[in-house]
Design a protein around this ligand. Structure first.
Ligand SMILES: Nc1ncnc2c1ncn2[C@@H]1O[C@H](COP(=O)(O)OP(=O)(O)O)[C@@H](O)[C@H]1O
Ligand SMILES: [Mg+2]
Length: 295
């Protein structure tokens, strides 16, 4: 059911190595267990999967349309569920879960179009929807010990040692230490808030797929600055897109311009480090964004 040629298959093997391969090998049995556990109709994979298997189905007992999300990293799926439950209403509703199987059953968002695929909305309109989402999340946030602090991300930069200009690296490290020192305003953050993780549901938008970090509220705008990775606006210079997005966020949620610029740079460097760790190449939008924001 997961083809070895698919992105999902390749990503799982690259990211989780042997445990990923083992998980893929037992996948057909795994899916059967999930269908039996909750008495579901056969689960149909959703298109364009990347790191987790997400499938749509119906609950036989009441015909409710649901999705199941499963993967080999059981702990991260567990944290994701805690996060989704805390933000229930703004986030897709968790209906059932099984920690041992590493699976979550969620309400199916309908039509479920991602913000990225909502082509009738231009970049400004999409940015405004993200701004509204950030405001909503920020107003309901708590602090919980189950989640990593943003400060812990800084060590992921180490892989870039010798690969990028050392000044970029020290700037990114400096931002992490400076902006994670005072923790008095910290919040529970989504941590991966961008156009692929915001889905249309009836007449509103709901969020999915959190990383879940504790930290400075302004960080929440940083990941969208280098997204969507595969559909970044090309109709104007990169700097214009970055400035325009920050000015909308500043107007709508009052985030400080310098702080946004700093976090956008640091987050782009983290994403660059993750890419470089996997590919040993400095390609892609995050690195371009980091270079644009370095001064
Ligand atoms: N509750 C949901 N309702 C409808 N579609 C969903 C739902 N959750 C996920 N999806 C679809 O599955 C895709 C992958 O889900 P996501 O949680 O982002 O996985 P990953 O962790 O691999 O990025 C989403 O882009 C979306 O299209
Ligand atoms: Mg996702």
């Amino acid at each position: 059911m997961i083809s070895p040629d698919s992105n999902l298959y390749k990503n799982i093997v690259t990211t989780w190595k042997t445990p990923g391969e083992q998980w893929l090998a037992q996948f057909p049995t795994h899916i059967k267990k999930i269908e039996a556990l909750w008495n579901l109709e056969p689960i149909q994979p959703i298109d364009n999967l990347s790191f987790h298997f997400v499938g749509a189905t119906k609950r036989r007992s009441d015909g409710l349309e649901v999705v199941i999300k499963t993967g080999c990293d059981i702990e991260s799926l567990d944290r994701e569920r805690q996060w989704l439950r805390h933000f229930n209403g703004v986030a897709a509703q968790v209906l059932e879960s099984d920690k041992n199987l590493g699976v979550t059953m969620m309400e199916r968002l309908v039509p479920g179009t991602t913000l990225k695929h909502s082509k009738q909305l231009d970049d400004d309109a999409q940015t405004l929807i993200i701004a509204e989402m950030i405001r909503e999340l920020n107003s309901r946030s708590i602090i919980s010990g189950a989640f990593k602090h943003l400060a812990e991300l800084a060590k992921d930069l180490d892989v870039l040692e010798g690969a990028v200009d050392p000044r970029m690296l020290s700037k990114a490290r400096g931002i992490f230490s400076e902006l994670t020192f005072d923790r008095s305003q910290d919040r529970l953050l989504h941590g991966d808030l961008h156009h692929d993780n915001i889905l249309k549901h009836k007449h509103s938008w709901k969020v999915i797929d959190p990383h879940g970090y504790i930290g400075d509220p302004t960080f929440e705008m940083a990941v969208m600055m280098y997204n969507p990775l595969d559909a970044y606006p090309v109709n104007r210079p990169l700097r214009k897109t970055l400035e325009r997005r920050m000015s909308i966020l500043n107007e709508y949620i009052n985030f400080d311009m310098q702080r946004m610029k700093a976090w956008a740079f640091a987050a782009a460097m983290i994403s660059t480090a993750w890419d470089y760790g996997d590919t040993k190449k400095l390609l892609g939008i995050p690195f371009l964004v980091a270079q644009e924001l370095r001064s």
